[in-house]
Structures are given as structure tokens and as C-alpha cells.
Write a protein that binds this ligand. Sequence first.
Ligand code: SF4
Length: 252
Amino acid sequence: MGDTAKGACAHNRYAKLCSKGGEGSLKKQALSKSGSTARAEGMSTIRIALTANSIAALRRAAADCKACDLWKTGTQTVFGEGASNARIMFVGEQPGDQEDRAGRPFAGPAGKALHQAIAEAGIDEAEVYVTNVVKHFKWSPAERGKRRIHKKPRYSEIHACRPWLDAELRVVKPQVLVCLGATAAQSLLGRTFSVSRQRGQLVESPLAPMVTATVHPSSILRAPDDESRHAQMRAFVGDLQKVAQFARRRAA
Ligand code: SF4
């Protein structure tokens, strides 16, 4: 089977997930919340996520999402952005401190590293859509000072936010889906997925015709010295060059 046929199958399988199993699991998710208000909010969120046909409409709806408690701590919903017909979708974990304030994904230092690597890999930004598996900033106050310290989202929060990501995938239909970091990779590709062992490899998935994972760019910023930071950035650009090749292969 050629790439095009495989891609069609992938999207058909994905459409079935959305219309059957996806909706069923989403309903189960809403019903597991306690109280009629939470149930009503959850079902309303699900209906919008399953039916809206543009990123703008999804973004407007997600601005009022209360499907998990993170809306209470984040300043605002940080929805994905980029071309609504992008060939490549990058998915990270959640917005950080600067993204939370700006209301835009990958607007802080990690985003700067990502966009630099995208340019160095020869990927056209006009073909890119960036988003996160969780759309509110989860944080706790620093012991001293006013810093907001990033906290990893729980599985239940990732699960609650999944309808939005599924809806973005349904609307954008990327040819290549790139998970950035372990949280995105494990939530989309399975809990046993290892970014350190499997980065840059193509993974079978109904989510897009070509799916792969690499590190989150924030990990590059945490490198202990300049030398290792440069080495990690080179490896990251190398992974994105493979992504560019995947995208070219799909277009051929
Ligand atoms: S993190 Fe996602 S599910 Fe939770 S309130 Fe925000 S948009 Fe809704």
C-alpha cells in the first residue's frame, strides 16, 4: 500500500474513532464527573469539540472550557495556532508561564528554540501548526518569590483535554504529527513509549499518516552547559530534518 492509501486509511480510522469509540469514551469521561453541572459542562464541551469545523470556532469554545480544574489556575486557555491546513503538527505538553500570559503556545524560550530548529531544518512555518495536549498552565508557587513553577499534568487532566486535541487533528488533518517530549508522546502513543529510545522513528498510529516523537525543546534549555546544549540542539534539528523529509515524502 502506498503512502497516500495508508494516509487515507489512517484518517478513516481516525474518523471512526471520533464518531464512535471517541464519542463513547468522551461521554464516559463526562459522566464520571460528579454533579449535574459538571456533567452538563462536560457534554457541552464534547459536543463542540466533536462538531466545530474550524480552528477559530474551536478556539472560541475552548476559551470557556471547565472540563478539568486547570481552568482555575491558568490565566486563559492556550489553544493551538498555525495554518489550519498545516502539513506538520507539533504537540507539546502544556503552555508554560509566558505562554499562559501571552495566550499563545510556544511563545516563551522553549518556543524560541522550537521555531529556530524548525527554520534550521528547512521547514516552512506556513506548513506548521503547534499545540499542546493540555491547554491550561498547571503550576505551583515557588517557595520564595513570585515564580510559578511548572507542574506535570495528571493523566485525568490530559484525558479531560483530549477532545480539543482530537478536534484539532480532525480539522487540520496533518500529514506528519510530531510529539514533543514524554508527556505528549506517552499520552498519544502509549505509556510505554520511550522518547530517549524511539525519538525520530516513525510510529504506526491512526492519528496521522506519519507520526513521530522527539524531545521537548525545554529539555534543551535545561542542558548543564553550552557544549551539551549545542549538541542537544543539533540532535533536535536532526530529528526535525527527518520530519521535513517525511513531509516531502507525503507530498511527492
Ligand atoms: S486544561 Fe483542557 S480540559 Fe482542562 S479546563 Fe483547560 S481546556 Fe478544559
